[in-house]
Design a protein around this ligand. Structure first.
Ligand code: TUI
Length: 321
């Protein structure tokens, strides 16, 4: 059993137990530096980007701040080997992995002195990662945007908390002080927030992407590509309609993969209405404005609000009922 007794803040050297989601193309040096400077953990998402781009973002964050930051290594990337090597060479303080099993890299990163935190979507991978020496886990439920697993945050987080001894950070559906409080009620020691940070002023994603999130209704959140084995949560769009139809055609997997290539980049960089894949979590329907990263963090961890929620939950709503 892992003996770590402190908080996620002590472990990572940050002020709030908050990790900014590693969103491909969205989470660049501008967003990561802003979140780190505001007291959370800013994260650069390697996504499918080439290693040179990742190295440049690391350099840019270090130019802007001395605060700790992370790199999210997307394990399905064609450049994953090179990105993994850059992260080691640069001795990135915190390495987060997503969309797969990072077993073959964990030891190297630990030996380089990195803190390693895999995103997990199942108990089996969580237990394996604890055994491999992961420092903490990020349990991401399927309310999250982008590539998702099967289980909801409400079930996944308490299940992982009970299955391992290392700290667990909750992800998927967390966007305000109420949902932060809920995550802590489930046994999480911190939260990862993605979608809400797309609406940060410091986030360079295209205006169309931000507007899509602001305008999103509850039923605009869709999951594409279930048959490919890599389901992805996105906002409704013309591309999503095409993808839903293709799922029932012959050679669906190949066709879907072809449609998917470059579609996220089209959305984030160019705001392409027709060919863009606007990945976002289910909470998009409750987000309505652009704020600075510091304002977002202040709201998420509004002490008065968190205290009042705890009072209501434990002394009011429950006992009265
Ligand atoms: O990785 C994410 N979210 C992402 S990655 C991404 S880029 C992409 N685009 C198109 C297709 C695929 C990826 C966009 N959003 N979140 C973390 C996450 N990891 N969610 C689910 C998982 C996961 C799933 C299965 C982690 C491990 C896993 O285990 C596989 C195994 O081999 O055990």
């Amino acid at each position: 059993m892992h003996k770590y007794g402190g908080t996620i803040c002590d472990m990572l050297g940050i002020d709030y137990p908050l990790i900014q989601g590693g969103m491909a193309w969205v989470s660049n040096a501008s967003l990561a530096a802003a979140v780190s400077m505001a007291g959370g953990l800013g994260v650069i998402a390697a996504g499918n980007a080439p290693p040179e781009w990742v190295a440049e973002q690391i350099r840019k964050v270090r130019e802007k701040t001395d605060k700790p930051f992370g790199v999210n290594v997307m394990l399905l990337s064609p450049y994953v080997e090179d990105v993994a090597r850059i992260v080691t060479e640069e001795r990135v303080p915190i390495v987060i992995t997503g969309a797969g099993n990072p077993s073959s890299y964990v030891r190297t990163w630990k030996e380089a002195g990195c803190i390693v935190a895999p995103v997990v979507a199942s108990r089996a991978l969580a237990m394996m990662m604890q055994r491999m020496g992961a420092d903490f886990l990020i349990a991401e439920g399927c309310e999250a945007g982008g590539h998702i697993g099967e289980l909801t945050t409400m079930v996944l987080v308490p299940d992982i908390v009970r299955s391992v001894g290392i700290p667990v950070v909750a992800a998927g559906g967390i966007f305000d002080a109420d949902t932060v409080a809920a995550a802590f009620c489930l046994g999480a020691k911190g939260v990862q927030v993605g979608t809400r940070f797309i609406l940060a002023e410091e986030c360079t994603a295209h205006e169309e992407y931000k507007n899509r999130i602001i305008k999103a209704k509850d039923i605009d959140s869709k999951v594409t590509g279930r048959i490919t084995g890599h389901p992805v949560r996105v906002l409704r769009s013309p591309l999503v309609r095409v993808m839903a139809r293709v799922e029932y055609e012959e050679n669906a997997v190949e066709k879907l993969e072809e449609l998917g290539v470059g579609s996220l980049q089209n959305a984030v960089l160019y705001g392409d209405k027709d060919n863009g894949s606007f990945m976002a979590g289910q909470c998009a329907c409750m987000l309505d404005r652009v704020q600075t990263a510091a304002e977002i963090i202040r709201e998420l961890f509004d002490e008065e609000r968190l205290k009042s929620i705890c009072n209501q939950v434990f002394c009011g709503r429950l006992l009265e009922g």
